[in-house]
Ligand binder design. Structure first.
Ligand code: SF4
Length: 362
């Protein structure tokens, strides 16, 4: 049962080195975000990259609209940032070449707006010589007019065809360190387009719902779209695009992975009951206090910790949890594997639960 959380089927893909990490193959699914500081402002960008790393970011993408922004790539590397850095290039292929020279780990281009093929070839050749992968990004706004006309709009089929056409373009220049992203703000269309691409190539895939909205609405769209694909084994790196602080994107990305038991960085899975008329303790407060202190829990293997509303059904309902607490009248009952251990006062329950987990080497 324990391994159930970690044995989801995963689509076979190429394994591509991106800086110090890998995307695809058997490598952990990475979570990424994009800085929203002006990239030319090195200090502000460094602070944001560090903040993203603190919440578990693996890959940071940055807009590179100028040579001054390219200098920030170099300076971030000198400053020793740990995450893989991706240059987001639009229109000017020379900025891709300069970013490669400055030490970027991956380049994101949309071949459609780079211009003639000679420029795309120049980027592919430079990246090949420096072992830098290219992410091809396709979205509803970047689909070629011919493809739009053929499919009657930016349908899932049109998005997928556009991505496959861009892949073919890079392959034509013998470039195959490719990561492919097909995004849409329409969740079902994004799921369908990714399924088509997944069946048509073996390149790793970056998944996400674009222009998803705020943390409240966008996180749900992201969780549904990304979650559906991950459950199908599709997706090697992800971004939960939100109109919010970039660190929120990372937190939500990790939560989505965690919900599917795919987050290698999180060993603690907290489950809690929805509460009902039997509940006599403040469950919302207790669960949120435990979630806030999740980093204090030190374990060497994945565990499930339950917070249940009542001692009548709680330990039984959470019998698959390794340890948990179940509410009584102003107190909690501590239980392990469904067996009652001892009573805890409501105020100290979270403290005692964390102490018990850390001392009992679960
Ligand atoms: S564990 Fe108890 S309080 Fe929670 S939903 Fe079940 S019966 Fe209700």
């Amino acid at each position: 049962m324990e391994n159930y959380r970690y044995n989801l089927f995963r689509r076979r893909t190429d394994k591509i080195k991106v800086g110090k990490l890998y995307i695809g193959g058997d490598s952990p699914i990475s979570v990424q975000s994009m800085t929203n500081t002006p990239t030319e402002d090195f200090e502000a960008t460094l602070a944001q990259v560090r903040a993203l790393e603190d919440v578990g970011c693996d890959i940071v993408r940055m807009a590179i609209p100028s040579l001054e922004a390219v200098r920030t790539i170099y300076n971030l590397k000198v400053a020793g940032v740990k995450s893989a850095l991706v240059a987001d290039i639009h229109f000017d292929y020379r900025l891709a070449l300069e970013s490669a020279e400055a030490g970027i780990d991956k380049i994101r281009i949309n071949p459609g707006n780079i211009g003639e093929n000679a420029k795309i070839k120049a980027v592919a050749d430079k990246c090949a010589s420096l072992n830098i992968p290219i992410r091809i990004g396709v979205n509803s706004g970047s689909v070629d007019k011919k493809i739009l006309a053929k499919h009657g709009g930016a349908t899932a089929e049109a998005l997928a065809e556009s991505a496959l056409e861009n892949i073919a373009l890079l392959e034509q220049y013998d470039f195959n360190k490719i990561i492919v992203a097909v995004k849409s703000s329409d969740v079902r269309r994004m799921i369908q387009a990714n399924r088509i691409v997944a069946e048509s190539c073996s390149y790793p895939m970056h998944i996400g719902v674009t222009e998803a909205g705020s943390d409240k609405s966008g996180s749900i769209k992201g969780a549904v779209g990304i979650g559906a694909l991950l459950a199908d084994g599709i997706g090697d790196t992800l971004r939960v695009s939100l109109t919010a602080d970039p660190t929120t994107e990372i937190k939500r990305g990790r939560e989505i992975l965690s919900a599917l038991g795919l987050d290698v960085k999180s060993l603690v899975n907290i489950v809690s009951c929805p509460t009902c008329g039997r509940t006599k303790v403040d469950m919302m407060n207790t669960v949120s206090r435990l979630e806030d202190r999740i980093d204090e829990i030190k374990v060497t293997r994945p565990i499930t910790v339950a917070v249940m509303g009542c001692a009548v059904n709680g330990p039984g309902e959470a019998s698959e949890a390794d340890i948990g607490i179940a509410g009584g009248d102003g107190e909690f009952l501590l239980f392990k594997k469904g067996q009652k251990i001892r009573k805890l006062s409501a105020e100290n329950a979270v403290d005692e639960l964390i102490k018990e987990i850390n001392s009992s080497q679960l």
